[in-house]
Design a protein. Structure first.
Length: 73
């Protein structure tokens, strides 16, 4: 689960880098403004992901994604 969250963060950072590079190349500030929104979403995603991780570890005593394949109703 941690690797999955890290991969999502890496993708968001790559998008940020593209936004900054293209907005600098085009002389437009809109791409750099979008970066701040994406960073806010990434911070919220990290906080929610870590909260889910803590709850799963408390309930199942594992954070392995392969062992979390049961749905509880």
């Amino acid at each position: 689960l941690i690797v999955l969250l890290m991969a999502i963060e890496l993708m968001l950072l790559a998008v940020n880098l593209n936004f900054v590079a293209f907005s600098h190349y085009l002389g437009d500030m809109a791409g750099q403004v979008f970066v701040f929104f994406i960073l806010t979403v990434a911070a919220a995603e990290s906080a929610i992901g870590l909260a889910i991780l803590v709850v799963l570890f408390r309930n199942r005593a594992t954070i392995n994604v392969q062992e979390l394949d049961e749905l509880q109703g």
